[in-house]
Structures are given as structure tokens and as C-alpha cells.
Design a protein around this ligand. Structure first.
Ligand SMILES: Nc1ncnc2c1ncn2[C@@H]1O[C@H](COP(=O)(O)OP(=O)(O)OP(=O)(O)O)[C@@H](O)[C@H]1O
Ligand SMILES: [Mg+2]
Length: 278
């Protein structure tokens, strides 16, 4: 595949080291996104700055372009990369870890360098998911010396990344990251499981806004406390499937059945035991 003015994506082990999504493709993925208020503010400010670059350059104030996202699974880190690319109307380049990481660590470093160089060729959002796989603390692994070299390459790439592109990284293992790596990021976003407000907005997006739905959402909020957005999405999907099979209305029972069937790992603190629902 060719992208970005027909420039070829770097390859490793015979496969491309990234997947490219157009802003339109990104937009399709983020229909139901709910960002915590503080994260929404961070994103808005980031976009504002990108749109007034000249003023920043005149004032000799550096423009942020490196974002790190940290938080539990299923809370919207990956989704935020799609969201930002779509808002900035830039292609999203999602790094393929399986292609980047090589049994010869020297190759891994070289792959990292190539993908960063690629991202500098034209404005884009470069996204490295499961960032911890590369940016592990330099003293926490077996092949210490070799891995340290990979981390050093990454640090260099981050230092040299002052282009019109944005680099985003996500992890749920904040404590495993090298502090030198953390320092390289100018924007940090922390994700949490949805609180009551986010649950409300998310369920409204998934279920609808009628008066009946309002009641259903209030009831379901109790049950779904402690679940991630990803869990909730799966539970509601199960309920919707049941609704279609039975040709009936959405109901609390269906959501409770979806919950019991999906059995999310994060058990809600105050909810009834799963067995009591079905
Ligand atoms: N904040 C959110 N708003 C709306 N939907 C969400 C949100 N977070 C997660 N989801 C739903 O869950 C799916 C997985 O989310 P995502 O991949 O963004 O999670 P993540 O935080 O990157 O998780 P992981 O740490 O496992 O990579 C999304 O495709 C979306 O359907
Ligand atoms: Mg993710």
C-alpha cells in the first residue's frame, strides 16, 4: 500500500510497519466516544494550539506534539488517537508492534527510526499503542543492554520529532515506563473507568433519549458501575441482540442478562451479585 503522496510505508519482516487510516475512517470509529471532562479540555487546547501555530512560533513558545495516554483497558485511549486524527483532519498512522519488534533488537531500533522518519514526511498523527512494550524501564528486563539501546533510539526519535505531525502513545502500565521516556511527552492524559456522569452520557448514546430510556439508563447505571466503556458496549450489544431475536423492546432485564452473560471482570462495588440478576 502507498500512502501520503505515494510514499511507501517502511516494511519489516515483509510486512508494513503501520496501518494508515484516513480522517474519514477515523471519524467512523468514534461515533460514541465519551471523554472525561479534563481529557476533553486537554484535547481542545491541543487542537486550538495546532490551529494557531504561527502565534506560538512568533512568541517562541514550543508547540506540543507528543501525547501519552495512560489508564485501564477499555477506557478510550486508542479511541482518542482516532478522535484526534479526525479532529485535526490528518491521517492516523497506527504502528504495528508485531512488525516493529524484531528478535534482533538492533532491527527493532532501526524500525522505530524508520517509522518516525516516515511520520515526519507529511503531517499526520503517529500512534504507538501498548507503548510499554518498547518503552520498558531500562533495568526491568533480561536483555538489559540491548533493550536500553532500543529505548535510547526511542528517546532520540522523540527528541527529534519537532514536525507538523503529532506522536501519541498509550499504555496501561505507567509504572513500567522509563522516567526518561515520560519526560519527553508534553501532554499527558490519564484515563479512568467511567464515573456516573460519563456512564450517563455513554448509555444515552447507546440507548437513546426518550423518557422511557431515561428510566432504563438510571437503573442500568447502578448495575454498570465499575465496568469499562468497552465492557458496557459489549453488554448493551448483547441486550440489543436479544431485543432483535425476541422482536421486543429494550429492557432492564435484557441489560442484566447481557451483564451476566458477559460477566465483566471488574465487578461493580455496590451491585447485586450476578446470580441474583438472571
Ligand atoms: N471513552 C470511551 N467512549 C466511548 N467508547 C469507548 C470509550 N472507551 C472505550 N470505548 C469502547 O471500547 C472499545 C475499546 O476502547 P479502546 O480501544 O479505546 O480502549 P483502550 O483504553 O485503548 O484499551 P486498552 O488499554 O485495552 O488498549 C472502543 O472501540 C469503544 O467501542
Ligand atoms: Mg488501546
Amino acid at each position: 500500500m502507498t500512502t501520503k503522496k505515494n510514499i511507501r510505508l517502511p516494511k519489516s519482516k515483509g510486512i508494513e510497519t503501520a496501518t494508515v487510516y484516513t480522517p474519514d475512517e477515523c471519524l467512523k470509529k468514534i461515533k460514541h466516544i465519551v471523554l472525561q471532562e479534563n481529557n476533553q479540555q486537554i484535547v481542545e487546547e491541543f487542537i486550538t494550539i495546532q490551529n494557531m501555530k504561527q502565534k506560538f512560533e512568533e512568541a517562541e513558545v514550543s508547540i506540543p506534539n507528543k501525547i501519552v495516554m495512560f489508564g485501564p483497558p477499555g477506557t478510550g485511549k486508542t479511541l482518542t488517537a482516532y478522535y484526534l486524527a479526525s479532529r485535526l483532519e490528518l491521517p492516523l498512522i497506527v504502528v504495528r508492534l508485531d512488525a516493529i519488534i524484531h528478535s534482533h533488537l538492533g532491527e527493532t531500533g532501526s524500525n522505530i527510526r524508520k517509522i518516525f522518519e516516515f511520520a515526519k514526511l507529511a503531517p499526520c498523527v503517529l500512534f504507538l499503542d501498548e507503548f510499554d512494550a518498547i518503552a520498558r524501564a531500562r533495568d526491568s528486563i533480561d536483555e538489559v543492554k540491548e533493550m536500553a539501546r532500543v529505548v535510547n533510539t526511542l528517546l532520540q526519535c522523540l527528541d527529534e520529532f519537532h514536525s507538523n505531525s503529532t506522536f501519541m502513545a498509550a499504555t496501561n502500565l505507567e509504572e513500567e515506563l522509563d522516567t526518561a521516556v515520560w519526560r519527553r511527552f508534553d501532554t499527558r492524559m490519564t484515563y479512568e473507568l467511567p464515573g456516573r456522569a460519563e456512564l450517563d452520557v455513554f448509555l444515552t448514546k447507546l440507548l437513546g433519549v426518550s423518557q422511557e430510556k431515561r428510566k432504563l439508563i438510571e437503573q442500568s447505571k447502578e448495575l454498570l458501575q465499575g465496568c469499562s466503556f468497552a465492557d458496557i458496549e459489549q453488554i448493551i450489544l448483547k441486550a440489543k441482540r436479544k431485543m432483535i431475536i425476541e422482536d421486543s423492546e429494550m429492557s432492564y432485564d435484557k441489560i442484566a442478562h447481557g451483564y451476566a452473560a458477559y460477566n465483566p471482570r471488574t465487578l461493580p462495588r455496590d451491585a447485586a451479585p450476578v446470580g441474583a440478576i438472571s
